[in-house]
Design a protein around this ligand. Structure first.
Ligand SMILES: [Zn+2]
Length: 754
């Protein structure tokens, strides 16, 4: 009886005509106060005491129908309030996620833009007790501080190229953390910095969400006291509930070849056949054969046998009939210039015999006018019916295939099914699918909006993955995590953090936020070529991210047999040396293929020996704690995993040496872009001093137990020495390791030199 009365009273909704009332929605974690006539509101984080906004209250949003007072309001169950305008539109405030989130939803028929949250989420420079920031999940992640004194406005569209690559933003204000999240691809986040160095009180960081078309809902999750680590952990919990956090363990269980991707470098021969067509795709401008398929296999064999690279995702581009980026979607047969079908099948077989994951590069989004299947019916249309053009690539002017048509073309017998039957690569890469932002098409036969585009690309991913086992695409988006295995381009672009975006214009620091949320869920790389001689900061970034590198700038043909030794001399340890990871003085590569050791090969060997094992030991962990050790933020520490399983990475991004203290290394001195890694199964450093041993110009060493014990207990440790003086002190014994050696710490006299 008591229960039924209670249910009755809870079910009773209060509906009254407008007279101003302050309404409160409340859970254990948060409280929301809403003015029933103006819709102005504020959110209290009950765990931290923080209020959003800090002062006054926030508007219910900006749109024509949101001006003026609401006509009526309705409260349900102490967790929902519905404000209705005179013309019948409504704003609904609701506590969701078991009391963890405030959801604001708009009910209107206009589909016009609504701008929300700008006054709720503003962070003032003067917000106590510490400076606030906004975290934007764009590629690895941007930390934009409120006190950068920069004036800027940057829009991060959902899933757009260098937009928001996860459906969220993180905010930290006065030591209190918050996540804002949404589901719809018509949400555009706008971050605005209003800098004024002469008046700190005026400095603000404003965050606005513009909800267009179908986007009508946002969620705010206050997380109590915390920082970016709290934001990442809070969002990860939410992502798990939404089914987005599919782990590498799940992916390996689905397809065992994924295990070979752990600690795997990414080597890509972009253009075996490099054919350049004119704009109209009617005439050849140039044709080059960079590698025959036999040579491609020989490059892989060189990496495995000469450089002893244990794991590799080996990708071949330009295998298609027209050459790289030409005549898509008509790929077959493999072009005869490079050897044809039989030679490509043989190459894939040889590559996979090495234990490498063979992968073919394809593209189903760009179509060229000289393709046999060219048909304007496949192409996206503008509202006036004209064809939507893509970029000007090697094949000429590309036209954008509409997403449902991409899947239709990929499924044709002569596309993915026949490619799999002929060549059987364990992995497939479809370019641009995840890179290009969500698309709109106005062809009446296949109209799509941004959310449809994503839904079709999910189907394409699932299909390609079912065909080949492992699937990856360019850049990387959160919605693709459950439907793919690797992203190429998320970690960096061309040796830099971003392609077009300039973090310095926002006063932002690039942080490995993606690794904090999803390190254990996906294989990720950067994309495009870069110069090894200028890559030290790029390498340092990959060390902090615990991500293997992508090697996309191979010399043509059997490059190692022809190119001269360009290895750099080591510079003084006090001078920043962007080429430091191409050094091999006294190290592993010094005696390699004399006299023609190759800078590119030295760089591959050094960096793979650091990043491959580092990824392998952290692949099932998240970056649980990111710290800025130095006050200027240039000395950074990333801890992957928890407790005794944790691997700690410290990287110096300053141009001058930095000192840190670590368990194995004691007082460690790091040069510019130097690092130290310590964990139970892997340790490494590029340092000027480590464990009481001084290295004048810096030395690179890595340490891995070859038995099943942790480093501290191991009686058999493989030491790799990249460059610098050959002396390494492990515990209290000094070893001389010219290249690579197994040391046996229990009986140091019986070192077995390799
Ligand atoms: Zn269409």
């Amino acid at each position: 009886m008591l229960n039924s009365i209670r249910i009755l009273s809870m079910a009773m909704a209060l509906s009254v005509a407008a007279h101003a009332a302050s309404l409160r929605l409340e859970s254990a974690l948060l409280a929301v106060d809403v003015d029933s006539s103006t819709g102005r509101w504020s959110l209290l984080d009950k765990l931290s005491g923080a209020r959003w906004p800090s002062q006054d209250d926030a508007s219910p949003g900006q749109a024509a129908w949101l001006t003026g007072e609401f006509a009526e309001h309705k409260v349900e169950n102490n967790n929902l309030v519905r404000l209705v305008s005179r013309s019948g539109e409504a704003v609904v405030f609701e506590i969701v996620e078991n009391g963890a989130a405030l959801q604001i939803r708009y009910e209107d028929k206009s589909a016009g833009p609504i701008r929300v949250l700008s006054d709720a989420l503003t962070i003032d420079r003067s917000d106590p007790p510490e400076v606030g920031c906004v975290i934007v999940p764009c590629r690895e992640g941007l930390l934009i501080p409120a006190d950068s004194s920069k004036t800027f406005k940057q829009v991060f569209g959902t899933s757009d190229y260098e937009g928001c690559h996860l459906n969220m933003l993180g905010l930290v204000k006065g030591g209190s953390a918050m996540v804002v999240t949404w589901d719809d691809a018509y949400v555009f986040a706008e971050i605005e910095g209003a800098g004024d160095q002469s008046n700190a009180q005026q400095e603000q960081l404003r965050t606005t969400l513009e909800l267009r078309r179908s986007a009508r809902t946002v969620r705010l999750m206050p997380l109590g006291k915390g920082d970016w680590n709290t934001v990442a952990a809070g969002y990860r919990r939410y992502a798990e509930k939404k089914g987005l956090a599919v782990t590498l363990k799940d992916k390996i269980a689905r397809q065992p070849h994924v295990e070979l991707m752990l600690g795997s470098s990414n080597a890509k021969l972009w253009t075996c056949l490099d054919r350049r067509m004119n704009e109209e795709s009617t005439a050849e401008e140039s044709v080059n054969i960079n590698w025959t398929f036999d040579e491609a296999a020989k490059v892989a064999e060189h990496l495995r046998n000469d450089l002893q690279i244990d794991r590799c995702l080996f990708m071949i581009g330009g295998w298609t009939e027209g050459g790289y980026d030409c005549r898509h979607p008509d790929n077959l047969p493999a072009n005869p210039e490079c050897g044809g079908n039989e030679a490509l099948a043989g190459a894939i077989e040889r590559i996979q015999k090495l234990g490498y994951v063979g992968c073919l590069h394809d593209n189903v989004q760009d179509m060229y006018r000289d393709a046999k299947s060219w048909n304007p019916a496949f192409i996206e249309k503008h509202p006036d019916g004209s064809l939507i053009q893509g970029g000007r690539w090697l094949g000429g002017r590309a036209y954008m295939v509409c997403a449902p048509k991409q899947l239709e073309l990929a499924k044709r017998p002569q596309n993915l099914p026949e490619t799999r039957r002929l060549f059987a690569p364990w992995s497939y890469f479809i370019d641009t699918t995840y890179a290009v932002g969500p698309r709109e098409c106005f062809d009446p036969n296949h109209p799509i909006g941004r959310n449809d585009d994503i839904a079709w690309k999910i189907r394409l991913s699932d299909y390609a993955r079912d065909q080949f086992g492992i699937f990856g695409s360019e850049c990387g988006r959160e919605w693709a995590l459950p439907h793919s295995d690797f992203f190429e381009g998320l970690v960096g672009v061309s040796g830099r953090y971003y392609h077009n975006l300039k973090p310095e214009d926002l006063g932002a620091t690039v942080i490995p936020f993606f690794e904090m949320v999803y390190h254990d869920c996906q294989i990720c790389y950067g994309k495009y070529g870069y110069s090894a001689e200028k890559a030290a900061e790029y390498v340092a970034h990959h060390v902090l991210c615990a991500r293997p590198l992508h090697y996309h700038s191979f010399g043509d043909h059997l490059y190692w047999q022809t190119s001269a030794d360009r290895t750099q001399d080591s510079k003084s340890g006090d001078t920043p040396d962007p080429a430091c990871y191409t050094r091999c003085d006294n190290g592993w590569a010094e005696i390699m293929l004399p006299p023609k050791k190759n800078t590119w090969d030295v760089f591959i060997k050094n960096t793979h020996e650091i990043l491959g094992p580092l990824h392998r030991v952290t692949a099932h962990q998240r970056l649980n704690d990111l710290k800025f050790i130095s006050s200027d933020g240039t000395l950074r520490q990333a801890t992957y995993g928890l407790g005794k399983d944790a691997t700690v990475v410290i990287v110096n991004f300053a141009s001058t040496p930095a000192d840190v203290t670590t368990t194995f290394g004691g007082s460690v001195r790091l040069p510019a872009w130097g690092f130290v890694v310590e964990g139970p199964r892997f340790a490494a450093f590029y340092a000027l001093r480590w464990n009481r041993q001084d290295y004048d110009k810096g030395a690179l060493f890595t340490m891995q137990p070859t038995d099943d014990r942790d480093l501290t207990q191991s009686a058999s440790i493989r030491i790799f020495h990249g460059f610098g003086p050959a002396k390494l002190r492990w515990r209290d014994t000094v070893y001389e390791v010219p290249r690579e050696q197994i040391i046996t710490p229990a009986s140091p006299q019986s070192n077995s030199a390799k």
